[in-house]
Design a protein around this ligand. Structure first.
Ligand code: R7I
Ligand code: MG
Ligand code: MG
Length: 301
């Protein structure tokens, strides 16, 4: 793994998130081409919960050297800014923690008897785990699971995070971002959709077909396969991220996850300067995320 790739994974998440946010909820095939950073809810180039939680996860990993549930929960709580647009399940976990519920018990109680959230919230933030543990696949998958369980206890929510972690990990180390997640899973919805995605890497399908076949919602199994497919079937950074956002639906997150994989695969230099330059700065903006990537890389390489 090179430093360029580590920077690409984190800033790729940020770029995909900021680019995709203005198109959240759009139908597949409607996002413009070429894609530009346009005025968004909190301003041009601003990020959402995807990057905010990624930053908190990176900070906690750097402080603890691993996923330490109590510390990570505090980091998520400290970072939380409702204006960034969080999933309802994650908002509830945070408020349960704040009310004193044990860190490892709150997530199971979401969504009634379903066994917790199957949302893509654990997958969207996973890039720092992949950077820190890229050299040891077993450890990477273990830490990815631990980081997911804090907020997502439904098997699909965890599988989605494991798949995305494996895809970013493989991309960082020159592996195959579609084969690696398939190997990491032991059956389940996410793996089934990845198998479907694999059939279309050569004869590429459109964003509309991708959304139909693989999904584009904020459920883990209906967004992680689409993001991995976007990155696996297209080269460079601009193509896969533009394709991912054209899938519609949960565009900030599908964009963020495709951006993490494509950035890890091709390095920071592949991300268009016009997109990088538009990212918000401030306390925890572009330079800060770049610095986190460098520090994670130093721990991981
Ligand atoms: O997973 P999570 O943090 O959401 C992340 C998404 C991303 O798109 C972000 O950009 C942000 O917009 O939100 O939050 P959750 O609320 O746990 O999961 C996301 C959504 O998946 C939920 O709001 C539900 O619509 C759906 N969902 C479920 N629905 C029924 N039963 C997740 N789990 C369940 C379930 O068990
Ligand atoms: Mg978001
Ligand atoms: Mg989203």
């Amino acid at each position: 793994m090179t430093l360029e790739r580590a920077r690409g994974a984190l800033l790729g998440t940020f770029v995909g998130d900021a680019l995709g946010m203005p198109y959240e909820g759009c139908r597949a095939g409607t996002a413009p081409r070429p894609l530009e950073m346009v005025e968004a809810r909190l301003g041009r180039g601003t990020y959402t919960d995807d990057s905010q939680m990624m930053i908190a996860l990176a900070e906690s990993l750097l402080a603890c050297g691993r996923v330490e549930p109590e510390h990570l929960a505090s980091a998520f709580l400290d970072a939380y800014d409702p204006q960034r647009g969080y999933g309802s399940g994650t908002v509830e976990v945070l408020s349960r923690w704040r009310a004193g519920e044990p860190v490892d018990a709150a997530a199971e109680r979401l969504f009634g008897a379903s066994g917790g959230s199957f949302g893509n919230g654990a997958a969207m933030r996973i890039a720092p785990v992949a950077v820190m543990f890229a050299s040891d696949t077993e450890r990477l998958l273990h830490e990815a699971r631990a980081s997911a369980r804090l907020t997502h206890t439904h098997p699909v929510g965890i599988e989605a995070a494991v798949a995305q972690a494996a895809a970013v990990g493989a991309a960082l180390t020159g592996g195959d971002p579609l084969a690696a997640p398939t190997e990491a899973l032991r059956g389940g919805e996410v793996e089934e959709r990845l198998a479907e995605a694999a059939k279309h890497v050569e004869d590429r399908i459109s964003p509309i077909e991708t959304a139909k076949l693989l999904g584009n919602s904020s459920a883990g199994h209906e967004s992680v396969p689409a993001a991995i497919y976007s990155a696996a079937a297209h080269s460079g950074f601009e193509e896969p991220v533009t394709f991912a956002i054209a899938c519609g639906g949960d565009t900030d997150t599908i964009g963020a996850m495709a951006g993490a994989i494509a950035g890890a695969r091709h390095g920071l230099g592949a991300i268009p300067t016009r997109w990088l330059e538009a990212l918000e700065e401030g306390d925890r903006g572009r330079s800060y995320v770049d610095d986190l990537a460098q520090r994670l890389w130093e721990c991981g390489s």
